[in-house]
Design a protein around this ligand. Structure first.
Ligand code: ATP
Ligand code: MG
Length: 405
């Protein structure tokens, strides 16, 4: 028997009171765009559940996609049959075949939205329960903690049967929390920070600084490939490439080496914030983790962060490197991130960066740079691109979606 629909239970958003509608709409919109290639799907929703009717589309690949969507707490493949207890019996037995092992326990849990149906829930539980016991050699009914629960829902349009509950990613639907600019290097940390921001419902745009010819085209490609990995969870992501060569050369030329890192990072923050304003973002997100490197001491962060009052979100601030690596592996960014193409920071890195930079010194040094001209030049050289998941098929389809908007 074929799976006819997927039933989705909302995650944390179901506790959001008045905002609930907003969250559900975002989830609906995101899910639709992610499933666009399945032309015959029909998605409906109410306050408690979302239903994806397959209409003959491939259940397995739709289910696979569900695993990448934030805001889904859990979901169940469902078979819809005509409104007859015999049809429901057959479907339950069919579904249970692949889960059966001798000695196992089960229960039937029926709900009836259609109260005009000829049997009540107790009768249905009993009739289907007996049929299951007859169909399998060694199985018994158990009310408390059974191995398997078959859920039966009698609704107006048919009887809906499910036995699996699959875990979703949780979190909040992408876009429900507003937009942030992700400072994306080619390293391990920033893609993970981006993933965690997406998980809390942010929409992200990736801002990447590169310094050709000191940094290679492969380093740029790596940043784009990492963005494509995040697009699996976000849908299309805007990738903003910022030319950083002139700034790094100037810093190298006029700034004492021990302050070059601090001032480089202040320039990055300033530029990211300018871009944020233009792109209507509400926050900056980066991959900093307390104490990891010289720029990530509290003293450094205070000095670097002083260029903006915009919220700078650091999802990894208290996360150990090993745990960051675990997440990077889960989201498939780790292998890419450890490729040896160096980004702009590594190449201009000073051998003795200040871990406790002084703000008055920073100001004196920055007076030796023409900060506003350098920024204007960098901003004028920005390139923007839309990035999708790796497959071409996806690229084409995302375009179709954009056309629809
Ligand atoms: P990552 O693993 O993300 O590269 P990191 O541990 O190497 O981080 P830094 O190089 O100090 O640490 O960078 C800290 C954060 O600054 C990064 O996580 C990222 O958010 C941002 N950043 C660094 N380099 C770049 C870059 N070339 N383009 C955009 N953002 C950058
Ligand atoms: Mg790095």
């Amino acid at each position: 028997m074929e799976i006819t629909e997927i039933m989705i239970r909302y995650g944390e958003l179901s506790t959001k009171g008045k905002n609930k509608k907003h969250f559900i709409k975002k989830l609906n919109k995101h899910l639709r765009s992610e499933l666009l290639r399945y032309k015959d799907l029909k998605i409906t929703f109410n306050r408690d559940r979302m239903h994806v009717k397959l209409n003959g589309e491939d259940a397995e690949s739709v289910i696979e996609k569900m695993h990448d969507v934030f805001g889904i707490q859990s979901f169940s493949p469902v078979i819809r049959v005509e409104k007859s207890v015999d049809a429901a019996k057959d479907a339950v037995i069919d579904l249970m075949k692949s889960h059966y092992s001798p000695g196992m326990s089960f229960k039937i849990n029926t709900k009836r939205a259609d109260h005009s149906f000829e049997f009540d829930t107790h009768e249905i539980n009993r009739m289907i329960g007996t049929a299951v016991e007859d169909a399998f050699d060694d199985i018994h009914v158990q009310m408390k903690d059974p191995t398997l629960t078959a859920r039966i829902e009698v609704r107006d349009r048919g009887i809906y049967i499910s036995i699996d509950t699959l875990q979703g990613l949780g979190g909040l639907p992408v876009g429900s929390s507003g937009k942030g600019m992700l400072m994306l290097s080619g390293g391990i940390d920033s893609p993970v920070a981006g993933y965690l921001a997406l998980r809390r419902g942010m929409e992200i745009e990736a801002v990447h600084f590169h310094s050709p010819p000191y940094t290679s085209p492969q380093a740029l490609k790596k940043a784009k490939d990492l963005t494509a990995k995040l697009a699996r969870f976000a849908g299309e992501i805007t990738f903003i490439e910022v030319p950083f060569t002139e700034i790094q050369e100037q810093i190298k030329k006029v700034i004492p080496e021990e302050y070059s890192m601090t001032i480089t990072r202040r320039m990055m923050f300033r530029l990211t914030d300018e871009i944020r304003i233009k792109r209507h973002g509400l926050a900056i997100v980066n991959g900093e983790s307390l104490g990891q490197v010289a720029s990530q001491t509290l003293e450094s962060m205070l000095a670097i962060n002083a260029v903006t009052s915009t919220p700078v979100l650091r999802p990894l601030i208290t996360t150990d490197k090993n745990d960051i690596i675990d997440i990077a592996k889960q989201i498939d960014t780790f292998e890419l991130a450890i490729q040896p193409f160096e980004d702009c920071c590594t190449i201009f890195a000073s051998s003795n960066p200040k871990t406790k930079p002084k703000l008055n010194k920073i100001q004196d040094f920055e007076n030796m740079l023409n900060v506003s001209d350098l920024m204007t030049n960098a901003l004028n050289g920005i390139k923007i691109e839309q990035i999708n998941t790796e497959t071409n098929e996806n690229k084409k389809l995302e375009k179709t979606f954009a056309d629809l908007l």
